[in-house]
Design a protein around this ligand. Structure first.
Ligand code: NAP
Length: 682
């Protein structure tokens, strides 16, 4: 059997030795061999920094997002092949869809987030401009730039496709190259995934490298610009995060480790009721999907003490319907663990757990299987335990990384919050209840120990994505035992790969650096109205100043009649005077915004296609009958949209009155056509 190759420094590296065997989880046959012998780890990191990094940083967020989308589509065309290969890891088709489709879904999600929430630019601004001096000549702005190193991504064996893709997507979008290291046991699936990616030619060279086998002296070559994103056991996480180079060079280190996630059934549940059924169904699903080899699986199930027996019975009845066996057989609901070694680990953990309670369902040593040899394959029965004393240490400390959960009773919200916290930090917890007060108490009480909390009632159940599914738009990670890290969460995950810098400068200088117009910076009142300029011709700072426009009482009354907004401050002099903010009747805020538009708009058909919103609108000074308004509209940010014949232009609007005071400030958002539509397809 040929050993798996690593993809490093621009080519496939065949290991220098014959490697160690990897076995089919179902049949025990050799699937592949693995070794990273001969890989030059220092050169690999250097290649990512030298080749991948610059190629990525040349692309804007939108361009990177577009590539992620192409990649997702490409992988979707090849997913059958990945499902097929995953059978050998013990995964059923359902399990593989979770892994493969889930991973592809992360790429699509990041592509869409990147286009919608990040600029078509290479720099991302964080927050607004902070005035730092009274005269307006010195300001501050936080900005994010991609780190100049490599994102070293070490994955666990249970998700050979989702694992690498959920780490690659945010790193790629940030502009940081990835070096993927899959766990040995299922590395042949990740290796095929990387072959598909490299073969597609979609990603720039150097943006993705792969190491099959051990990481050798890789950590010795890390610098302060690299980062490590680790998923696996708490013990490996501890070992790696205390590596002398990681410590000495403050290498950013994110860990997603094991966790003893809980699910809590509310006190409002009744046997056979909807919440009761939801709780039992979810528990059994989480125990059996991926044969319980999910970092997010429910390990501890807390139920009101009076319901313990009934929940145990209902869950056991459901588990009895789960067929275990060869994942290729369509009747099989639960496949094998990833390896015989893994089965040994699960059995060892079960021994410790059983000492704390009794077995409600399953036999740790024996299982009936369909279509396979129960001993040669890494099969194990789902095992549900009942631990009557929830103060026992074992269920809060021992993770059996397989189809194993422990049921425990509780008697009050306070107690269950304390029990949940004994997991010392978890990725996810569920509260299954229809009682809002209980949900609030438990969510607020357990949130400091959790990265994600799912509150399940009959309404949410209609569309719930489930306890065990990390979602690209939500954070995945958890405090303490769960690793103390955080991944994904939409753009939050991208920013983990970038450095935030506070830049202090004059407004003009800050504008030059960020490519945006900064308040206080130079305005250019152009001869041509800026609404007559195409996207390519507009410059940050292009300005139109329009007005003055007198606001009469008749305007206020007309607006009130026309819109129906007859709020007393606009209509009743005496009542308006009694208001602490006004000296008499005032113009409607929306009238001011409308009059401002009437002043700055250039009416004829032209490159400005649409107004799609206002942001940060604040009314600052009241406008009284007789006041005169002037508006200054300045192009602030110009964002061509990838693949579209138009882009987004953000304008700074400042409406002032005769004494120069600002009465309203806001951003106007418009879509503006490109002059050259051929560049839209670039
Ligand atoms: P593991 O032994 O810690 O291995 C995880 C990864 O670390 C593998 O790629 C492994 O590679 C690598 N590794 C191990 N020792 C290393 C070292 N000295 N230097 C560099 N890399 C090293 O964990 P596992 O047993 O494979 O995974 C199961 C555990 O992961 C469970 O506890 C589970 O809860 C946790 N998990 C957590 C999440 C999450 O998102 N939080 C997700 C999945 C799994 P080799 O395979 O080559 O040793």
């Amino acid at each position: 059997m040929a050993p798996l190759s690593s993809y490093v420094t621009g080519s496939w590296h065949v290991p220098d030795d014959e490697g160690a065997p990897l076995h089919d989880a179902v049949t025990g046959e050799e699937v592949a061999r693995i070794s990273s012998a001969g890989v030059d780890f220092g050169a690999t990191l250097q290649y990512g920094r030298r080749v991948g990094g610059p190629a990525l940083r040349e692309l804007t967020f939108h361009r990177r997002a577009a590539l992620l989308k192409s990649l997702a589509s490409h992988l979707r065309e090849h997913r059958e092949e990945l499902y097929e290969l995953s059978l050998r890891t013990g995964a059923t088709l359902g399990d593989s869809k979770f892994d493969v489709d889930g991973g592809i879904g992360v790429l699509f999600s990041y592509s869409s987030k990147g286009r919608r929430e990040l600029p078509n630019d290479t720099v991302h601004l964080d927050g607004g401009v902070e005035p730092l001096g009274k005269g307006g000549s010195f300001v501050g702005q936080h900005l994010y730039t991609p780190m100049r190193g490599v994102a070293v991504q070490i994955n666990a064996f249970n998700f050979p496709v989702w694992g690498p893709l959920e780490k690659l997507a945010p790193a790629f979008l940030a502009g940081m190259p990835s070096l993927v290291k899959p766990a040995g046991q299922t590395a042949y699936v990740t290796a095929r995934l990387v072959e598909l990616i490299v073969g597609s030619g979609i990603l720039p060279e150097g943006a993705l490298q792969l190491i099959c086998g051990s990481t050798g002296d890789l950590f010795e070559h890390l610098t302060e610009q690299d980062l490590v994103a680790f998923t696996g056991s708490a013990s490996t996480a501890q070992k790696l995060r205390t590596h002398p180079v990681v410590a000495a060079r403050s290498v950013r280190f994110n860990a997603e480790a094991d966790s003893l996630n809980c699910s809590i059934l509310g006190p409002d549940a009744v046997p056979g009721g909807q919440e009761f059924d939801l709780f039992v169904k979810q528990l059994v699903t989480e125990m059996t999907v991926k044969a319980g080899q999910k970092c997010t699986a429910i390990r501890r199930a807390f139920v009101p003490a009076a319901l313990l027996g009934e929940v145990a019975e209902a869950a056991a009845a459901r588990l009895a319907k789960v067929t275990v066996g060869n994942p290729a057989d369509p009747s099989v609901r639960m496949g094998a663990l990833a390896s015989l070694g893994q089965r040994e680990e699960v059995r060892r953990a079960l021994k410790a757990l059983i000492a704390a309670g009794s077995v409600v369902y399953g036999d740790p040593e024996r299982v009936e299987v369909v279509g396979a040899d129960a001993e040669r394959g890494a099969f194990v029965s789902p095992v549900l335990l009942r631990v009557d004393d929830p103060d026992r240490a074992e269920p809060h400390e021992v993770e059996a990384f397989g189809p194993v959960s422990a049921l425990m009773p509780y008697t009050s919200a306070e107690q269950v919050i304390e029990l949940a916290a004994r997991g010392q930090g978890s990725l996810v917890g569920s509260v299954v209840t229809g009682d809002g007060a209980f949900a609030r108490e438990v969510v607020l009480g357990t949130a400091p120990w959790h990265g994600r909390l799912l509150v399940l009632d009959t309404e949410a159940a209609k569309e719930s994505t489930g306890h065990g599914s990390p979602l690209p738009v939500l954070v995945h990670g958890g405090p303490g035992r769960a690793g103390g890290g955080e991944e994904m969460g939409g753009v939050r995950g991208v920013l983990h790969h970038m450095n935030r810098t506070a830049v202090q400068a004059s407004p003009a200088m800050l504008g030059a650096i960020t490519g945006r117009w900064v308040p206080g910076g130079e305005r250019t009142v152009t001869e041509v109205h800026p609404f007559r300029k195409h996207l390519e011709d507009l410059r940050p700072g292009d300005t139109v100043i329009a007005g003055p426009r007198r606001v009469g009482l008749e305007d206020i009354e007309h607006f009130a009649e026309f819109t129906g907004d007859k709020f007393y401050a606009h209509m009743d002099e005496e009542a308006a005077r009694a208001n602490p903010f006004f000296d008499g009747r005032v113009a409607h805020g929306y009238l001011i915004v409308s009059l401002a538009a009437g002043l700055f708009v250039d009416p004829d058909p032209g490159p400005v296609l649409a107004n799609y919103g206002l942001e940060n609108l604040r009314f600052l000074t009241p406008v009284y009958p007789g006041d005169e308004l002037t508006v200054t509209l300045t192009a602030k940010q110009i964002d061509p949209r990838e693949g579209a014949p138009y882009g987004e232009v953000r304008w700074d609007a400042d409406v002032t009155k005769q004494d120069g005071s600002s009465v309203a400030k806001y951003d106007v958002l418009t879509l503006v056509a490109r002059r050259d539509t051929s560049s839209a397809s670039s």
